[in-house]
Design a protein around this ligand. Structure first.
Ligand code: NAG
Ligand code: NAG
Ligand code: NAG
Ligand code: NAG
Ligand code: NAG
Ligand code: NAG
Ligand code: NAG
Ligand code: NAG
Ligand code: NAG
Ligand code: NAG
Length: 627
């Protein structure tokens, strides 16, 4: 069955735990229904106690039991159950073994895995700054002729993509001969050579985009790539594949001008696995940092690449011949699906990255430099911990005069997030920074896209942003190959809609401009609808009115995640994959992991006596059940 991409551990764990809960064990349906209806956070913590007992039996028992339930319940294809749980199970078991229940960590775990608790309120923590905030503000535009910077993201190249294989499969990404029926020649749904919305990107699409970038912006001064190289068949992905994928992709990127990159959540195996320094585990991602730093050396130099080789894989480098510093940081340190972060006492600053950022920004301020901050996950997204996002935003606010802009990907959508010095009274006058969130190249959630920014050559302020797409609905797309064409420019599209109009080619797209634009989105449904369609580059556009608009604008105004208006729903939040909206950060849950499929599986489970009795035997046997 196609669960549009959600290998739903939540369901598996919940059904297991439900069957074991002593007080209710003979009425599984009641508990499943409680979970479905999100009754209480306390109920979730009770489930964790049971799962913790299973985790104490050891990783092997934990993963084999959960896999068995996943297969029996038909939550995913059996190969997906086995592959994904064998990779991620040991990390979850590690968390559960050391978890205090109830606790801040337990509540977060329930939020992420089961969607059953709200985020706990932010644990107050003041980031320490070496000097007080100066009175300086963003520099005025220089009035000089702009230069170009290219930005693309989330390429998710599938080296196993096969033209002619089925694009209608039972997995979260297709266009591979998973079975003989999916093989070229045997399927009625043959994939074309240049990609499909149900699949990650073929190399042909990747090469086409790089060629288009060189043709459209041959004079770009540098390029930003905000991470996620590896494809979404996460139940198969291992160190060998990730290393090969990174080598292939960064090899091809060397044809572009000076690429500055950052690590994505998919650029590791198991997916999302980035243990902070302080975590004691043999499952290391040091090999990711080794691989990336070596692939990055030619663009960032050996000093920066030596920094990138240390956990967490961040670096800071002055763009040659300029006063612009590029700081690349690893957002997986604040990502709620990096399960290494669920330590019994969660660290305020995993791997010391925030302290390092402060040092780098202070040095930049002292030297009179400008800074671009680049990362993978936007820090205001529904996937970012409230705590880490809050601490990070303290840094952004402190150094608002130094940071020209922030750049991210991860959501696969064309969007942005505004930072404010006061989120409870948001206005153009206290909007301090803007995060540019690039749409994906992989076609799973829209037309493949990249951006070209017009940039002030002195202040490095962003003056305009033009998005280019390859329209996969073009009838000649698969026969002639992708045609990359201008989609829209921010100044041309929105410049006349704000008051006062912003049309001067030398004027910056300031945080205040972006705030004023969100005012237009709120008040003019026509303008909003056009923005909303652009998010996915015209692909699969849903209606968005009323509270959907309010929530969308709320997210655009929340570079700090506690203000993003994202709510969690039971049972839907544990995603091992990326695919259309399921990065979750499309905050307002046009996520494809929820709703009817979840309910359908829950209902199926309730009627499966064989699964329930199997679980019941486990309750009494606690692991020594050989049934
Ligand atoms: C489970 O319990 C609920 C509420 O107590 C009850 O309505 C329902 O009939 C029970 N189901 C079974 C299968 O016993
Ligand atoms: C953070 O700083 C504020 C103001 O300086 C102070 O009131 C507050 O107690 C500090 N919080 C912590 C957790 O240190
Ligand atoms: C996939 O195949 C099923 C039948 O196996 C069919 O009902 C469905 O419409 C197909 N989906 C697409 C996108 O073609
Ligand atoms: C197509 O299906 C047939 C029958 O299942 C099988 O023998 C054959 O190997 C398949 N072709 C490919 C390329 O897998
Ligand atoms: C990684 O996966 C590939 C393909 O699934 C497999 O051929 C290879 O042996 C695996 N490597 C390791 C180290 O497990
Ligand atoms: C790390 O874990 C291992 C195995 O559980 C244990 O033997 C070792 O003492 C731990 N080290 C630290 C520093 O806690
Ligand atoms: C933020 O704005 C609100 C509403 O105007 C005000 O009550 C609050 O004191 C402000 N907070 C700060 C830190 O200035
Ligand atoms: C893509 O092409 C289709 C078919 O020609 C057209 O209907 C659609 O408007 C195009 N989309 C965009 C975003 O240009
Ligand atoms: C934003 O709107 C306010 C009026 O609400 C206006 O005074 C200000 O100049 C605008 N700023 C920009 C950059 O558009
Ligand atoms: C919305 O904006 C459009 C410009 O795109 C304008 O033509 C229209 O009059 C505006 N509608 C309202 C209600 O202001």
């Amino acid at each position: 069955m196609k669960i549009t991409g959600c290998l739903n551990f939540a369901l598996v764990l919940a059904s297991f735990a439900a069957a074991r809960t002593p007080v209710k064990r003979d009425n599984v349906s009641t508990i499943l229904s409680d979970i479905e209806n999100a009754v209480t956070c306390a109920a979730c913590e009770a489930l964790l106690v049971i799962l913790q007992g299973l985790a104490h039996l050891g990783n092997d028992d934990f993963t084999s039991t959960i896999t068995e339930v996943c297969i029996l319940a038909g939550v995913e294809d059996s190969d997906v159950c086995a592959g994904a749980i064998s990779r991620e199970g040991p990390i979850l078991a590690h968390d559960l073994r050391q978890m205090n229940i109830p606790s801040h960590t337990a509540q977060l775990f329930c939020n992420t895995i089961f969607g059953l608790c709200p985020f706990p309120t932010v644990t107050a923590y003041n980031v320490t700054f070496p000097s007080p905030k100066p009175s300086t503000s963003r520099p005025a535009a220089s009035g000089k002729t702009s230069v170009k910077v290219v930005h693309y993201s989330d390429i998710h190249v599938d080296l196993s993509y096969e033209t002619g294989s089925s694009y209608n499969c039972t997995k979260n990404i297709c266009c591979r001969p998973y079975t003989s029926a999916d093989a070229p020649g045997n399927t009625s749904y043959p994939a074309g050579p240049y990609g499909n919305h149900a699949c990650d990107a073929p190399v042909s699409l990747e090469e086409s985009m790089y060629a288009a970038i060189q043709e459209i912006a041959p004079d770009a001064i540098f390029t930003l790539f905000t991470g996620d190289v590896v494809e979404g068949a996460v139940w198969l992905v291992n160190e060998t594949e990730v290393t090969g994928d990174l080598q292939s992709a960064y090899g091809k990127m060397s044809s572009l001008t000076q690429v500055y990159s950052t690590v994505g959540n998919h650029d590791a195996a198991p997916v999302n696995s980035f243990p902070p320094d302080a975590v004691n585990t043999t499952i290391s991602s040091q090999w990711v940092y080794d691989t990336l730093s070596s692939l990055w050396t030619s663009s960032i130099g050996s000093a920066a690449s030596a920094t990138a080789d240390r956990n967490p894989g961040a670096y800071s480098v002055l763009h040659p011949g300029s006063n612009l510093r590029i700081i690349s940081f690893n957002t997986n340190m604040y990502y709620k699906e990096n399960f290494w972060l669920y330590e019994s006492t969660m660290e305020a600053d995993p791997s010391g990255q925030l302290a390092w950022l402060v040092d780098e920004l202070q040095a930049a301020e002292d030297a009179g430099e400008r800074v671009y901050l680049i990362g993978h996950m936007p820090m205001g997204s529904g996937d970012a911990f409230y705590d880490g996002s809050n601490y990070f935003d303290q840094i952004v606010t402190r150094y608002e005069a130094v940071i020209a802009a922030l750049f991210f990907g991860h959501t696969h959508k064309d969007e942005f997030e505004i930072s404010y010095s006061n989120y409870t009274s948001q206005s153009y006058s206290n909007a301090v920074e803007i995060s540019y969130i690039a749409p994906a190249m992989t076609p799973t959630s829209g037309m493949p896209a990249f951006r070209v920014y017009s940039v002030d050559p002195e202040t490095y302020a962003i003056l305009d942003m033009t998005t280019y797409i390859a329209n996969m609905s073009d009838p000649t797309y698969q026969t002639s190959g992708p045609t990359w064409a201008k989609y829209y420019s921010v100044k041309e599209t929105y410049g006349l809609l704000v008051t006062p109009p912003l049309t001067d080619a030398y004027a910056e797209l300031t945080p205040a401009f972006w705030h004023n634009l969100t005012e237009v989105f709120s008040s003019n449904q026509t303008v909003f609808d056009e923005y909303y369609a652009r998010k996915s580059r015209g692909y699969d556009v849903a209606d968005c009115i009323g509270s959907c608009v309010t929530d969308e604008v709320c997210q655009l105004r929340a570079a700090q995640s506690q203000y993003n208006c994202v709510t969690v729903s039971p049972g839907i939040n544990f995603k091992v994959k990326r695919s259309d909206n399921s990065h979750g950060m499309d905050a307002h849950s046009d996520g494809n992991c929820q709703g009817s499929q979840t309910k359908r599986i829950l209902r199926a489970l309730m009627t499966r006596k064989d699964i329930q009795s199997k679980l019941d035997r486990r309750i009494t046997g606690f692991g020594d059940d050989n049934a």
